[in-house]
Design a protein around this ligand. Structure first.
Ligand SMILES: NC(=O)c1ccc[n+]([C@@H]2O[C@H](COP(=O)([O-])OP(=O)(O)OC[C@H]3O[C@@H](n4cnc5c(N)ncnc54)[C@H](O)[C@@H]3O)[C@@H](O)[C@H]2O)c1
Length: 413
């Protein structure tokens, strides 16, 4: 393979677009592919459709230099990186992973593949998916012997993606030794962290385990917050002091757990082996139930404040995103809280400084919302809310906004 192989990145969202721009900036010729024509047009105009620090500048620079272009169709390249979504299907019972986008992406690149190409799956996948992709490619006319195939999970933190793409350690799960070697050599060309090889199945499990570990830890923090409430103790202080033990590192409680990773990936483990994955399932249930508890607590407080009022109670909801300092609403517990309050007849004054508008909720500048509200509910610890003064307004704080200290491990990825 060339020293700086050409790359086709399939899926230009939170993972694929920063990856494509970073690869272009490290000397690779990159074509990004997305089925969404608006996304492709936006990128070809040198702009971006997602919020991530420094991304717009880098994409603009790479597009102008000609090293990054976007297309709706895969094109021939040395390396193909698949970064498409892997959601879950909800409904009754255990949520199940939907790998249809990954399989569709594999089929879509098959006509562009030539002998010796390297195909890498970065999407988070249930264990065994890379082998299914190998079969899908074979059915599409590309037998395993013709290409290298590896699963290399992405573990970046939104808000720090461009830095972490380069500095994080990477797990390389080749479907055979030659595939691992090809993928290792590709990642070593731009990664400054360690590049660690294993099998595709192990690499798939590693990614799911990482996010399940965080979900279990946050579930523990959320359970502590409920127990502390019953015992009239401040859970933030309990966790802060417990974390002074040299071998204890409890994450922070919140209104639940959201985002495209931690709230989703543990279900990929549960769906494979529901009888065994008892702790992982319980953590999901604890974190989801926390959101319901928050809704009930705010509704009760609002009902008390509203007694005697001749208008609906006004509740300022600070934050809608799933975590601080991002615009991402996927699986967001804060959004779930605000929508449930509005559906229950409360006049919700929603504040989300990272969004210009929302389809279902009218957004307010935070100062206006706080001054007009009967009750303030802090849901997301955005930096933009730091140091706000609430006067004598009642405040229900579910994210530690009003607490003096902020811990490094505090926010879910
Ligand atoms: N967002 C994160 O923080 C994060 C972190 C680690 C891993 N991941 C994983 O990375 C994967 C991608 O996540 P994301 O957040 O970038 O998703 P995203 O929804 O932001 O972007 C995915 C993009 O893929 C496009 N797409 C869908 N099907 C396609 C197809 N067949 N061909 C071409 N494009 C297609 C969509 O239009 C979309 O623009 C997921 O598996 C996710 O779990 C995400």
């Amino acid at each position: 393979m060339a020293d700086r192989p050409s790359v086709c990145v399939v899926g230009l969202g939170y993972i694929g677009l920063p990856t494509a721009a970073m690869l272009a900036s490290s000397g690779h010729s990159v074509v990004g592919v997305d089925i969404n024509a608006d996304v492709v047009d936006t990128i070809n105009a040198g702009r971006v459709h997602i919020v991530e620090p420094d991304l717009e500048d880098l994409v603009g620079e790479m597009v102008r230099s000609g090293s990054l272009t976007a297309s709706t169709e895969p094109v021939p390249a040395d390396v193909f990186l698949i970064c498409v979504p892997t959601p879950f299907t909800g409904g009754a019972g255990t949520p199940t992973p939907d790998i249809s986008h990954v399989l569709a992406a594999a089929r879509s690149i098959a006509p562009a593949l030539v002998d010796g190409n390297l195909v890498i799956i970065e999407s988070t996948c249930p264990v065994g998916t890379t082998e299914l992709i190998r079969d899908e490619l074979a059915t599409a006319g590309v037998p395993a012997a013709r290409v290298h195939l590896a699963y290399c999970p992405e573990r970046v933190l939104p808000g720090r993606i461009l830095h972490e793409l380069v500095y994080n350690d990477r797990i390389i799960g080749g479907t055979d030794e030659a595939s691992s070697e090809a993928a290792e050599s590709f990642y070593r060309s731009f990664v400054k962290g360690s590049v660690l090889a294993t099998t595709s199945r192990t690499a798939e499990m590693v990614k799911l385990v990482e996010n399940s570990f965080r979900d279990v830890n946050i579930a523990f923090a959320n359970e502590i917050s409920l127990l502390s409430e019953h015992l009239a103790i401040d859970p933030w202080e309990v966790i802060r002091l417990a974390n002074r033990h040299p071998r204890v590192d409890i994450l922070q409680p919140g209104p639940g757990v959201g985002g495209h990773c931690i709230a989703v990936d543990p279900w990929f483990i549960v769906a494979k082996d529901p009888d065994t994955a008892r702790l992982v399932r319980t953590a999901r249930e604890v974190n989801d139930a926390k959101t319901g508890w928050v809704i009930a607590q705010v509704q009760a407080a609002a009902a008390e404040i509203g007694t005697g009022l001749l208008r609906p109670v006004r509740v300022a909801c600070l934050g809608l995103a799933y975590k601080p300092d991002v615009d991402d609403l996927r699986e967001s517990p804060a959004l779930r809280v605000a929508l449930a309050l509005a559906a229950g007849g409360i006049d919700v004054l929603a504040c989300e400084p990272h969004l210009a508008e929302h389809q279902l909720l009218k957004l307010y500048p935070v100062a206006d919302a706080v001054s007009e509200a009967d009750l303030v509910v802090a849901l997301v610890r955005h930096t933009a809310f730091a140091g706000l003064s609430f006067g004598d307004k009642p405040v229900l704080d579910y994210c530690g906004l009003t607490k003096a200290t902020r811990t490094a491990s505090g926010s879910p990825a």
